[in-house]
Design a protein around this ligand. Structure first.
Ligand SMILES: Nc1ncnc2c1ncn2[C@@H]1O[C@H](COP(=O)(O)OP(=O)(O)OP(=O)(O)O)[C@@H](O)[C@H]1O
Ligand SMILES: [Mg+2]
Length: 291
């Protein structure tokens, strides 16, 4: 597949994959692609951080390799593991045939019994892949340090097999919700881009791109209401994902407009905290009054 030659081309390509990137994001991705730098996307919840990596892979014709981070994730879950069950079966077969030479035993730690995890897979795939390291802030410090090492040379050493190196590194997209600060060392290695909430006009465009069947009036009202919601002091302000969900829900119910009654009945698509619900209900009239 053709690699986009300008920021504008990349923006158009993403749009064809139903992703609307603003200039800053498109520029960061364009540089990441061409200068082979990882890009770190931070931002509010549900603003398209994960999605952009998925769409990029799809429009560039690359494989998406996803490493989902979580508390307690360790290197074996990220790099590789030995297929213990198959090794055991193999050992049993060997002993049945009374084979115990070194070569047969060495094979137990050969490629056949190696389970590839995302980072190894990405190193092998090189520039045929987009590596999404999702929600890196959930992993702990040690894992972050380890990631830094992998990201600096795209080289993985497996004692029993040898060193595997990416000829050309994959495009790496890291995302974080900022539940904690990432280390400077990791940030320094990456291009950084903050994705905030889109403007109302932009968000309307995103809803219509994602749900082309929805009446524009309805979409406009939903976006306006969501923007009001974000001004309230909510524990969990709605992201773009919720805007799309709400519009889709209303459309599914056959609504073409947003009034207080139907908003009340469908709030569960946008407000997902008990205390937030109370606050929103008190202000529902005002929230649904514009467009
Ligand atoms: N700029 C955009 N263009 C098109 N769709 C978008 C855009 N931003 C968000 N979306 C939509 O919002 C949804 C949620 O996005 P995504 O899951 O990537 O959010 P996120 O930032 O990763 O959120 P979280 O922090 O919860 O992981 C996507 O599935 C997509 O439909
Ligand atoms: Mg995400």
């Amino acid at each position: 597949m053709e690699r986009p030659e300008t920021v504008g081309q990349l923006t158009d390509t993403l749009r064809r994959g139903s992703y609307l990137a603003d200039r800053g994001l498109a520029t960061a991705l364009f540089i990441a692609l061409n200068l082979q730098r990882p890009v770190l996307l931070e931002g509010e919840v549900g603003v398209g951080k994960t999605e952009v990596a998925k769409v990029l892979a799809s429009v560039l014709g690359r494989k998406l390799i996803r490493l989902q981070c979580y508390e307690g994730i360790d290197t074996s879950q990220a790099l590789y593991e030995w297929d213990y069950a198959r090794q055991m079966l193999h050992i049993r077969a060997l002993s049945e045939h009374q084979i115990a030479d070194d070569a047969a035993v060495d094979k137990l730690f050969g490629p056949k019994f190696l389970l590839e995890r995302p980072l190894l897979e990405a190193v092998r795939a090189g520039d045929q892949a987009v590596l999404l390291i999702d929600e890196v802030d959930r992993a702990d410090d040690e894992f972050e340090a380890f990631l830094l090492e992998v990201l600096s040379d795209f080289q993985i050493s497996i004692p029993e097999i040898g060193t595997i190196k990416a000829e050309t590194p994959p495009l790496v997209v890291l995302t974080s919700n900022r539940t904690r600060e990432l280390h400077d060392a990791l940030k320094r290695r990456c291009l950084y881009h903050w994705i905030g909430y889109p403007s109302a006009e932009r968000e309307l465009e995103i809803v219509l791109v994602r749900e082309p069947g929805i009446a524009e009036l309805l979409a406009r009202k939903v976006v306006a209401a969501v923007h009001r919601l974000r001004e309230l002091d909510l524990a969990k302000p709605p992201g773009v994902a919720e805007t799309i969900d709400w519009a889709r829900t209303l459309d599914f119910l056959g609504e073409t407009d947003l009034d207080t009654r139907i908003a009340q009945d469908t709030l569960g698509a946008v407000v997902k905290e008990r205390d937030d619900l109370d606050l929103v209900r008190e202000n529902l009239e005002e929230i649904t009054s514009g467009g």
